[in-house]
Design a binder for this molecule. Structure first.
Ligand code: AMP
Ligand code: GLY
Length: 435
């Protein structure tokens, strides 16, 4: 496993549950991951030659990539070239995440519903466009910006300021900028596992991006999540995936760059139907921390199959299908993930504060390490998002209770969390017939 955050801890936990009893390594890993995997703390997952060398040295059969940076750096290409099976898209296929222009043009080519857009090449063109646009509108940096490269502009004045941020201040580097129609609705994250030919959806999740309760304050890497999500039923899920994932997999195959790995669709459920906000080419963080604890299938088997062209289709028609088992099965339970962040996050982040209460928290929830370190035999904070607590339960309220009981049990200096994660799911519980 490449990576060392909460998402990677959740993936490692799911891999560790495989009946194949895999021997797991994680580069760099973290103190939580160390319970299930041998951590290789000296290795930067984006240092591709170092990753290949470590994989060869440790006799690794399968490498799964957590974060986007190693994908965009070509980790999968280099591992494959070295004869090591790697789960994730090639550098070319990862452009779906690495370049918003690439993704928008791909969507346009195959007719996937998304916000209408234009690519702005320079400041003059941008100023001209914003003076003729309708509001609100959205301006986005083309390249990777850790979720921070999106500016939502309610008025022309704000759009004018945003143009300066992109083209004069160059806050996101020398990048193209996408101007997009503003979409209104509730967001949904839906990932599919892809084998170059087919895309099979996992369970849907919702993510909380703002730091403050009631979706206020600045954007973060994500302050919580829950799964499933009542805005989409199991039946609609297959149809939704056929609309937002499969055409992209087909397109990439036609282009000679088959998509293997996880294709993440960030969706806006608008009044006129679901529309794609963005693609990522890896699991979501913190959605994965709510989705994978519900997974009943063997993740090692799924990852391995997805590395082969058509491998998932092969699994689907193999012994699993004969026994009547679904290819990808989820527990009907709900999962709620509460993120604990360090003081000052997201503007700054504090490090080295001792963490208390980990054992007590583990009695009610899965304790997932996101930014922790070991110091003098104890666990301390190591940055922005520190821990993720995932509660499981028969309904959203029970899952939320467990997550918050665990969140309350943890103490560290300056601990921050939202208090409204999954409230929406709990409120809806009476009305929805989600199955
Ligand atoms: P992205 O990186 O493109 O997913 O954008 C990050 C976040 O900005 C999304 O999760 C949305 O909350 C918001 N956002 C992006 N594009 C739009 C849009 N066209 N309309 C409304 N909100 C958007
Ligand atoms: N949770 C959004 C992302 O992983 O990009």
């Amino acid at each position: 496993m490449l990576g060392g955050g909460g998402r990677e801890h959740a993936i490692v936990k799911a891999l560790a549950r495989s009946p194949q009893n895999p021997r797991l390594f994680c580069a760099p890993g973290n103190p939580g991951i160390a319970a299930d995997a041998t951590c290789l703390p000296g290795i930067d997952p984006s240092d591709v030659p170092a990753v290949v060398e470590a994989a060869l040295e440790n006799g690794i059969d399968l490498v799964a990539v957590g974060p986007e940076a190693p994908l965009v750096a070509g980790a999968v290409d280099a591992l494959t070239e070295a004869g090591i099976r790697a789960f994730g898209p090639t550098r070319e296929a990862a452009r779906l995440e690495g370049s918003k222009t690439f993704a928008k043009e791909a969507m346009r080519e195959v007719g996937i519903p998304t916000a209408s857009f234009t690519v702005l090449g320079d400041r003059d063109e941008a100023l001209d466009r914003v003076s003729r646009a309708s509001y609100p509108l959205v301006l986005k940096a083309d390249g990777l910006a850790a979720g921070k490269g999106v500016l939502i502009c309610p008025t022309e004045a704000e759009a004018g300021e945003a143009v300066e941020v992109f083209f004069t201040e160059r806050r996101f580097g020398k990048t193209e900028v996408v101007l997009e129609e503003f979409l209104d609705g509730e967001e949904l994250s839906l990932v599919a596992i892809c084998d170059g030919e087919v895309a099979i959806p996992l369970a849907p999740a919702q993510d909380y991006k703002r730091i403050g309760d009631g979706d206020t304050g600045p954007n973060t890497g994500g302050m919580g999540s829950y799964s499933p999500v009542a805005t989409v039923s199991d039946r609609d899920l297959a149809e939704l995936s056929a609309t937002v994932h499969q055409p992209i997999v087909d397109l990439m195959a036609r282009r000679g760059h088959p998509f293997h790995g996880i294709l993440y669709a960030g969706l806006m459920m608008t009044a006129s139907g679901p529309k794609v906000l963005e693609y990522n080419t890896r699991f979501g963080d913190p959605e994965t921390q709510a989705v994978l604890p519900r997974l009943r299938s063997d993740l090692v088997e799924l990852f391995t199959a997805a590395c082969q062209p058509g491998g998932l289709a092969g699994l689907a028609s193999g012994p699993a299908a004969e026994s009547g088992r679904q290819l990808i099965e989820f527990s009907p339970e709900w999962a709620v993930t509460v993120v604990l962040a360090s003081a000052g996050y997201p503007a700054s982040s504090s490090k080295g504060d001792p963490i208390e209460g980990l054992a007590a928290a583990a009695e009610t929830a899965e304790v997932i390490h996101a930014g922790t370190a070991e110091h003098e035999g104890g666990v301390v904070t190591a940055g922005g998002r520190v821990l993720n607590l995932t509660g499981l339960g028969p309904d959203a309220a029970a899952a939320r209770q467990r997550a918050y009981d665990a969140a309350e049990a943890i103490q560290f200096e300056g601990k921050q969390m939202r208090s409204d994660i999954a409230d929406r799911a709990v409120e809806r519980a009476g009305q929805d017939r989600y199955k």
